[in-house]
Design a binder for this molecule. Structure first.
Ligand SMILES: Cc1cc2nc3c(=O)[nH]c(=O)nc-3n(C[C@H](O)[C@H](O)[C@H](O)COP(=O)(O)OP(=O)(O)OC[C@H]3O[C@@H](n4cnc5c(N)ncnc54)[C@H](O)[C@@H]3O)c2cc1C
Length: 285
């Protein structure tokens, strides 16, 4: 018979993971819907009682979004404009019930090509903190998510937090902000056909000093667009930033065709979303 364990401390959870193979669940909003009609025979390690892994905080210049922070927690947290893209993504994941239960870390660990958390966290240079009895390991997000439903997580580890470095520009009189746009077959409660996240820092005279643009749902794992990012550096901030987007910037993407859209439609819509995101962010900053 399958086992169910709901530890109340991180040590207890890590000790269990060190002793055997468990399936971790946080909000359960990916895990349970994928098992409708199937026997529930996994040994479940339910981490939802680890109350120390809930509060989003700034730890000396680095933001920490722990394993149990839900999409609603992200929406309601007091975060700078750098996180506007992440907040926008949080508002677009499912509906209120999903946002109240589902976690950002669960979204990353599930490693769906259409995970709304991925592009926005790539644009923020996020890292993933993995905890086990052996200690803590920190991986860049791009190294953690390795493919469709594949991550670098070991059996004895859980993701304890996502770590996001604070932008530097505001300290020197500059500004920083983020944006997330998603296209689905309808406005809400929908899986992304394509999505784009952009994060920009500008200096005190309004020139772009840092640019990060990532596209999701157009390749096995969401990708940054380094060619476009390089193009943006040094440009004056404003709506014209959207004009920097060219078809060649999307050459590394490998979108699939499925009932939601053709590969060409995905690419075209990603380019349109990129233009809109950079125009909006350029105007806002
Ligand atoms: C109706 C509906 C609508 C949805 N809409 C969207 C949407 O618009 N966009 C979107 O991206 N997703 C959507 N989802 C998917 C899901 O809600 C999100 O991916 C959510 O963030 C998953 O978080 P969770 O805590 O519920 O994950 P869980 O279901 O608990 O876990 C998901 C996976 O991650 C693993 N895991 C979870 N936490 C950890 C951890 N801390 N360490 C190690 N492994 C862990 C689990 O083992 C499992 O493999 C939707 C789901 C439903 C049912």
């Amino acid at each position: 018979m399958a086992a169910y364990l709901r530890p109340s401390s991180l040590d207890e959870a890590l000790s269990a993971l060190g002793d055997g193979a468990w399936t971790i669940i946080a909000g359960g909003t990916d895990y349970y819907p994928a098992r409708v009609g199937l026997p529930l025979d996994d040994d479940i390690l339910d981490i939802s009682a680890l109350s120390g892994l809930r509060s989003i905080r700034n730890d000396g210049g680095q933001w920490r979004i722990p394993a149990l922070a839900t999409w609603t927690d992200i929406q309601t947290a007091d975060l700078p404009a750098w996180f506007d893209g992440l907040k926008a993504a949080a508002r677009e994941v499912g509906g209120a019930q999903i946002q109240n239960a589902g976690t950002l870390c669960g979204n990353l660990c599930n490693a769906s090509p259409a995970a709304d958390g991925m592009p926005v966290l790539l644009s923020l240079d996020a890292e993933v903190e993995l905890s086990s009895r052996a200690g803590i390991e920190v991986l860049p997000l791009a190294a953690f998510v390795q493919g469709n439903r594949r991550t670098a997580l070991r059996e004895d580890q859980l993701v304890s937090a996502v770590l996001i470095p604070a932008p530097g520009a505001s300290k020197e009189g500059g500004r920083a902000g983020g944006c997330f746009l998603k296209l689905g077959a309808r406005r809400y409660m929908v899986i992304s056909i394509s999505m784009v996240a952009a994060a920009l820092e500008v200096d005190a005279v309004g020139l772009v000093t840092r640019a990060a643009v990532a596209v999701g749902a157009c390749s096995e794992v969401a990708q940054r667009l380094p060619g476009l990012e390089a193009e943006l550096i040094g440009k004056p901030v404003g709506a014209a930033l959207g004009d920097a987007v060219l078809a060649e910037h999307f050459a590394s993407l490998t979108p699939i065709a499925d009932p939601r859209g053709t590969a060409d439609y995905r690419l075209e819509s990603a380019a349109t979303l990129c233009r809109r995101a950079l125009t909006q962010l350029g105007e806002a900053l």
